[in-house]
Design a binder for this molecule. Structure first.
Ligand code: KE4
Length: 436
């Protein structure tokens, strides 16, 4: 076979002989859409350039963190300065205190917070804390929600509400997921039945309030209301996984959106990541003081991390939070994001197709479906070939959407009206040739 002149392909071939699937996280391998992943050489603002020097308008932004766009000068400067003072100490630093203060100030439901290095670590630790704080073992999650790859979370629905989950991954023994109940997102009847059956054993219910891991599906107000009521009624903790939505859909995250829709609403625990690290390995989980005090070294729930609160990562996160806290940041971001999705929907309609869209702040989703889906099963009725045709058509025109129909999209403050107009023009071309 003649060697490819495409440097992405050359790199992908080299990578596959050394790294499983040639990637360090599965979704990057383009398995769902086919084709060759783009190896990023560098990124700036709303764009990145691949190994061939081809420019792409980036609507993934590292799956959410790059809300300011790539290479924001204030963030780069903060990271460079922090790096000169040392990379890691394994000892407390002032910036960890400053970041904790910022998170507690911006997320009123949190009294205390623990910093970690990934969303998986934050969600896994939050579940252990909920189990330790309640003395219970059971966990409720929802199909389509992803909370990282801890064993207890790699689970699909059991055969019925009386039975607990089955592993979705090799290497996870059935007994590890026996305490995990997987319900249908937005299904109030199932939720009621699950709590009627198991309520006194449930340590926590973990949910993505706007689910970006099935593209973009909102929890309905009645459903979220019942999640809150049933957790309170049965003494279970309501844990919001805001790794993706935190500081992305609003300064106060998705919980601030629901607090406007449901008077007095707040979760008991919050898991965060992505934006709070500004693109560097940093995540967190927080709750009220009486829960967080159960954590080592104060309480009996163990949790630790060599690089937790890393001094360079906290500098990156703090500089990012400083920028997003500026007046009007989210209003402007929401306008740009809405311009994009409305433009895509109009482009589809102009060529006889239906694209349903939704967005909140700087996060968006679109579906080649007649209605916005309310659960995972409906999302997955999307035609894979039609999505893949659209994805590759846009990619060929220098527009980088998520390489899977069940992933969300992200707009940064660096995306301009001209960028959006260019993306919509490309969409007109692609929809003109999209099969019915
Ligand atoms: P990480 O361990 O990947 O930092 O975070 C796990 C996680 C937890 N909770 C939510 C709501 C998440 O979206 C994630 C990770 N999101 C995926 C995108 N769907 C990251 C991309 C990837 O897996 O490579």
């Amino acid at each position: 076979m003649t060697p490819s002149t495409d440097r992405n392909q050359q790199l992908f071939e080299r990578a596959q002989s050394l790294i499983p699937g040639g990637v360090n996280s599965p979704v990057r391998a383009f398995k769902a859409v086919g084709g060759t992943p783009r190896f990023v050489q560098r990124a700036q603002g709303a764009y990145f350039w691949d190994a061939n020097g081809q420019r792409y308008t980036d609507y993934i932004g590292s799956w959410g963190p790059m809300i300011l766009g790539h290479g924001h000068p204030a963030v780069v400067e903060a990271v460079q300065k922090a790096a000169l003072d040392g990379f890691s100490f394994g000892a407390p630093t002032e910036r960890e205190v400053e970041l904790a203060e910022a998170i507690v100030r911006l997320v009123p439901s949190i009294d205390m917070v623990r910093l970690v290095s990934s969303g998986t670590e934050a969600a896994m630790s939050a579940i252990r804390l909920a189990r330790g704080a309640t003395g219970r073992s059971k966990l409720v999650k929802f199909e389509g929600c992803y909370h990282g790859h801890a064993d207890a979370l790699l689970v699909k629905a059991g055969s019925g509400l009386a039975t607990f989950g089955n592993p979705t991954s090799a290497g996870v023994p059935p007994e590890v997921v026996q305490h995990t109940l997987v319900l249908e997102y937005n299904n109030v009847a199932q939720l009621e039945e699950a709590f009627a059956l198991h309520g006194s054993d449930i340590a926590c219910l973990m949910i993505e309030p706007i689910c970006g891991n099935m593209n973009f599906v909102r929890a309905s107000v009645p459903f979220m209301t019942r999640c809150r009521e049933l957790c309170s009624q049965h003494g279970a903790l309501l844990a919001f996984d805001e790794v993706m939505t935190g500081f992305r859909v609003a300064l106060g995250g998705a919980q601030s959106v629901y607090a406007r829709l449901i008077p007095g609403f707040e979760p008991d625990m919050t898991v965060m990541g992505k934006v709070i690290g500004g693109g560097m390995p940093l995540a967190a989980f927080g709750a009220k003081r009486e829960v967080m005090r159960q954590l080592a070294p104060l309480g009996g729930v163990y949790q630790a991390g060599t690089l937790s609160g890393n001094p360079v990562a906290t500098a990156c996160g703090l500089a990012t939070l400083h920028e997003v806290s500026k007046p009007g940041f989210y209003e402007a971001l929401a306008v740009r994001t809405r311009q994009l999705v409305d433009g895509l929907s109009a482009a589809a309609a102009a060529h006889g197709h239906t694209l349903t869209v939704d967005s909140e702040g700087g996060m968006f989703g679109f579906f080649l479906l007649d209605q916005l889906p309310q659960n995972y099963a409906t999302v997955m009725t999307t035609s894979g070939p039609r999505f893949n045709h659209f994805f590759h058509g846009m990619l060929a025109r220098g527009v980088y959407f998520a390489p899977a129909l069940y992933e969300a999209g992200f707009v940064s403050a660096a995306h301009t009206e001209a960028d959006v107009a260019e993306t919509v023009a490309a969409a007109h071309e692609v929809f003109s040739s999209l099969p019915g």
